[in-house]
Design a protein around this ligand. Structure first.
Ligand SMILES: Nc1ncnc2c1ncn2[C@@H]1O[C@H](COP(=O)(O)OP(=O)(O)OP(=O)(O)O)[C@@H](O)[C@H]1O
Length: 389
């Protein structure tokens, strides 16, 4: 059992500030996944938790102990890297047991721990093999086994599956999920580029961007209620479409007229002063469907990609703006070069102003005496909610 508290953590290299103001509580037994664009500092944050990078600012607490100055070996953590880095001349069992040998454990203890890890990872038949006689997936399992034998309170994974091919990634991802199930009180923190890994493994996802935390939440929370356009487009593939428009009617349901001509009603509350406000309507490719009725979007299909279970339709690929993408179940090759009308359920729509979701503004606590809105133009900043803990 170990919880982690990150308080105002920052990291600077000589002239570059990579991370700042990271505040995060990770509960005992939680599986937390860090995602974000390349270079946003995911690995740096993980390495600071491991003790492999110095923490420039702020405090890190593991299990109630401030560990900023505690060496990695005394933090009760084990880290699994992308490159499995096994000793080529040692058997699987010796690779897994090496840390225990260094720690001075008895042969019987080492044997018991490596037997148990071998069983958990289905490596029992391979314990006497050298790494070169294993597949990539098996080698990565040995690397995980090396962490398991130490029985750490916290497991850190830095893109452990990125060297594996697609099929092995899926198989090993499922094994990691099962591993978590079998160790419910162990805390796991996992860095990945892979959306599916993040969505399927995480209890909570932490989206890092611009040196800080953009949003923290359960995978479906981030998918259904992204706090801003960045998170909206980062979670989900292909990325959410953003259609520019303006608010034409306000209330519990907001009317939006799109620059391209479509109209829609969005069940997100707005105030009278929002009338005329420039917004982006967000709609995920998978939420669009073809209609004969009133359309949210209408255009000529420039390209279709048939992926088997779904077809992707691309619109406006020639313009400077991002193409609009629809993801329809089934095969729709006949739609190529056709003009298609698309719509979506109102509850699948998102509204953004100045990059921030209007959904969250409505949840902000009302001030004791709300000031009169000044003339209906300036809404002021969209208030961020307190991230879920
Ligand atoms: N030793 C260093 N000196 C200076 N800058 C560094 C150093 N190590 C990392 N950085 C910078 O810190 C930033 C964050 O790096 P980090 O590897 O944590 O990103 P990441 O989000 O894990 O990226 P990726 O997804 O590409 O692995 C990058 O811009 C990187 O160039």
């Amino acid at each position: 059992m170990a919880d982690l508290k990150l308080r105002d953590i920052g990291k600077s290299y000589v002239e570059v500030e990579v991370l700042r103001g990271i505040d995060l509580d990770i509960r005992s037994g939680e599986f937390v996944v860090f995602v974000g664009p390349s270079g946003c500092g995911k690995s740096t944050l993980l390495r600071m938790i491991a003790g492999l990078e110095r923490i420039s600012r702020g405090e890190l607490w593991i299990d109630g102990q401030r560990v900023n100055d505690i060496p990695p070996s005394q933090r009760g953590i084990a880290m699994v890297f992308q490159s499995y880095a096994l000793y080529p001349h040692m058997t699987v069992r010796d690779n897994m047991g090496f840390a225990l040998q260094i720690a001075g454990k008895s042969r019987a203890e080492i044997r018991q721990a490596t037997d148990r890890a071998g069983e958990m990872l289905q490596l029992t038949p391979y314990l006497d093999r050298l790494p070169k006689a294993l597949s990539g997936g098996q080698r990565q399992r040995v690397a995980i086994g090396r962490a398991i034998v130490r029985d750490p309170k916290v497991y850190l994974f830095d893109e452990p599956l990125s060297n594996l091919d697609a099929a092995l990634r899926v198989a090993t991802r499922i094994e990691i999920a099962q591993l978590k199930e079998s160790m419910p009180d162990r805390t796991m923190i996992y860095v990945t580029h892979d959306q599916t890994e993040a969505m399927t493994l995480a209890d909570r996802i932490v989206v890092l961007a611009g040196g800080g935390i953009a949003q923290v939440g359960a995978p479906l929370d981030l998918y259904e209620r992204p706090i801003n356009e960045f998170v909206a487009r980062f979670i989900g593939s292909p990325a959410m479409n953003l259609l520019p428009g303006r608010i034409v009617s306000t209330g519990e349901v907001t009317g939006v007229e799109l620059d391209a001509g479509g109209q829609c009603q969005v069940p997100i509350p707005s105030q009278p002063s929002d009338q005329g406000l420039a917004v982006n309507l967000g709609v995920r490719p998978e939420d669009l469907r073809v209609t004969d009725g009133p359309a949210l979007f209408q255009g000529r299909v420039d390209l279709t990609e048939a992926l088997g279970e779904v077809t992707l339709l691309y619109f406006g690929t020639g313009s400077t703006q991002e193409p609009v993408i629809a993801k329809l179940p089934g095969i729709h090759a006949g739609l190529n070069r056709q003009t298609v009308r698309l719509t979506a359920e109102p509850k699948a729509l998102h509204l953004f102003h100045g990059g921030q979701s209007l959904l969250y503004r409505s949840q902000a606590p009302a001030p004791a005496a709300p000031p009169e809105p000044p003339g209906g133009e300036d809404l002021g900043p969209v208030v961020k909610p307190t991230p879920a803990r």
